[in-house]
Design a protein. Sequence first.
Length: 122
Amino acid sequence: MPPGTAPHPHGRGADTDPMKTVTVAEAKAGIARLLKLVRKGETVVVTSRGKAVAEIRPAGGPSVAEPSVPLWSEHALELARKGVIILPDKKLDLDRIRAARAKLPKGMGVLDALLAEREENR
């Protein structure tokens, strides 16, 4: 593995997902450069005495805790790493979704209801 990279500390793509690593001192001295990388979708691992202590990632990216939903496609995981999508941390409750949908006015679709609710909250 090239210097300055590390396998993902949570096991996602450990062999194929090298991440930039920096020490705390390097992070302090070069925060602008690190933020430039993060804006491009990269995650930076900050180490102290050789141990990972923090990750700097795009805002809205996945949390440190792995989602409990099994077997996401590699494409979905890559989008989550870049902060493009957020993977759910639990399975969908289909009964709850069906019950909410049944409460919609006749002829109104889910998208219409969502847009109407969004407009009300502005």
